[in-house]
Ligand binder design. Structure first.
Ligand SMILES: *[C@@H]1O[C@H](CO)[C@@H](O)[C@H](O)[C@H]1NC(C)=O
Ligand SMILES: *[C@@H]1O[C@H](CO)[C@@H](O)[C@H](O)[C@H]1NC(C)=O
Ligand SMILES: *[C@@H]1O[C@H](CO)[C@@H](O)[C@H](O)[C@H]1NC(C)=O
Length: 453
């Protein structure tokens, strides 16, 4: 502005004094520079500011992705960008279907990097994408790659499989999960034990075959007890008193008990009892182990440091205990111990009903338990009790899924803006909102194609 004003006010016939050419030109250009300096300064500042904001916001996304998933440097810049996009869309935007294309590209590029002559059909004969990607073998991972890379690679394969599941591509997802879980080297030596166990639990949830459901859960439990030396479990999968616990171990054991209970419903009456008893015993052993942990934490005798592998937050332990008790109550009902079943369920309501306004995990548990109680009271002809349960159930708080921390909200906001408008969108949005109304952030579904890379 100032530079311009001075230029205009200059008399039209103004001529500089004659001077030797070179000096003259130098003088003129430096004078022009001086006149334009304020504008240039503003532009430079804006440019630098833009650059800083761009790099800062891209760096923020990168740091966030690395916090969620370690990304080794050896995969190169382009693959890192693909990985950050995939992890951002998968974890932050919670749109795994939009992450599929990036995971797929990443796995293809990593395979090509290992074998530049690799040939495979990217599209199927019917014109659709080939979601079966070439994978690195466990020998290559063990012998040619670093530990960090091998770990990253296995995680990405699992993430890809989960994302395919979200996209409804069950067959491809199952093949990938099984490829990981059946490979002894990957399963026992390369993959992270907790993630391998998650893989088995997912597999047991999505396969129809009961034999496979048991097989993968038992495989996961065996692996965890080999990995963590002080885990003690007997041949019936009952936790022993002196056993160490891990979150994944408890989840796998609970899942195994659940499989036994579910399988029981397909059997004849006598076999049914046997399966239900197996389930009940596993649940009771888990309940005992977890109750011991909670009591020691509450009394102050032990702390989180004594149990590094489980989350000792008392509220969380209360919820896990309630979940186990709910299953026990159902099994007792199925084995015709009606009054005990009711008593176990009532205990859960007593323990956690007042948590439902504070803890998002409580409502779904209570919803199931109160529903069961309503039925149990109806079947045992106690209509007032049934109505009481119905009323309690109606009062339950329904949480929406997203109660996020400020950090999660910030990252989510940045990610949404950047994938929509690019890194400068962060400034553009802030500027527009200074002069105009708040601009709503569109969901990824409205501006991005699910499959177009
Ligand atoms: C990375 O991607 C850019 C743009 O897509 C491309 O030009 C470049 O060749 C790629 N670099 C490598 C090493 O693949
Ligand atoms: C799809 O990719 C896999 C390997 O990644 C390959 O074996 C298969 O032949 C491809 N399918 C087609 C139809 O090209
Ligand atoms: C856990 O549950 C017990 C009842 O079993 C209750 O007294 C206690 O306040 C709960 N603790 C938390 C932190 O929710």
């Amino acid at each position: 502005m100032f530079g311009r004003a001075r230029l205009i006010s200059r008399p039209a016939n103004f001529r500089p004094l004659r001077q030797p050419q070179i000096v003259n030109r130098r003088y003129a250009s430096s004078a022009a520079l001086q006149r334009w300096a304020p504008i240039l300064n503003v532009i430079t500042a804006a440019y630098a500011g833009g650059l800083i904001i761009c790099s800062a916001s891209l760096f923020l996304l990168y740091r966030d992705a690395v916090d969620r998933q370690n990304i080794p440097f050896e995969i190169g810049v382009n693959n890192t960008v693909t990985a950050v996009k995939a992890i951002g869309k998968d974890d932050v935007l919670e749109s795994p279907r939009y992450a599929v294309k990036h995971y797929r590209r990443l796995l293809i590029e990593l395979a090509k990097k290992d074998d530049p002559d690799l040939e495979f059909g990217e599209t199927l004969p019917d014109g659709l994408r080939n979601y079966t990607v070439p994978l690195l073998s466990s020998d290559v991972l063990l012998q040619k790659k670093s530990k960090a890379f091998a770990n990253f690679y296995v995680d990405i394969v699992l993430r890809y499989a989960r994302a395919l599941l979200a996209k409804g591509l069950l067959r491809n997802a199952l093949a990938l999960f099984k490829g990981i879980a059946d490979d002894d080297e990957i399963f026992n030596y390369i993959g992270d034990p907790e993630k391998m166990s998650q893989c088995c639990r997912t597999l047991s949830r999505v396969t129809d075959d009961p034999a496979e459901q048991f097989k993968y859960l038992e495989r996961s439990i065996a692996m965890l007890s080999n990995t963590f030396q002080s885990v003690r479990i007997d041949q019936d999968f009952l936790l022993q008193d002196d056993s160490q616990l891990t979150d994944e171990l408890l989840l796998s054991l609970n899942a195994l008990a659940f499989c036994h209970a579910k399988y029981a419903s397909t059997l004849s009456r006598k076999q049914q009892k046997q399966e239900l008893n197996k389930a009940l015993n596993i649940y009771l052993a888990n309940l005992k182990a977890l109750t011991t942990v909670k009591d020691r934490i509450v009394s102050g005798e032990r702390s989180q440091a004594s149990y590094p592998l489980i989350n000792c937050d008392v509220e969380g332990l209360n919820m896990s205990l309630a979940e186990i008790k709910a299953h026990i109550s159902e099994i007792l009902w199925a084995t015709n111990h009606k009054e005990s079943a009711i008593a176990w369920s009532e205990e859960i309501v007593h323990d956690i009903y007042f948590e439902h306004s504070r803890n998002a995990r409580a409502s779904p548990i209570l919803d199931g338990v109160l529903g069961n109680l309503q039925l149990m009271y109806t079947k045992t002809k106690r209509p007032e009790e049934s109505e009481r349960c119905e009323a309690l159930r109606k009062d339950l708080n329904v949480f929406d899924k997203g109660q996020r921390s400020w950090y999660d909200n910030l990252i989510r906001r940045f990610t949404r803006i950047i994938y929509h408008k690019g890194p400068l969108g962060v400034i553009e949005k802030a500027l527009k909102e200074r002069v105009g109304p708040v601009q709503p952030l569109p969901d990824i579904e409205s501006y991005e194609d699910e499959d177009e890379e």
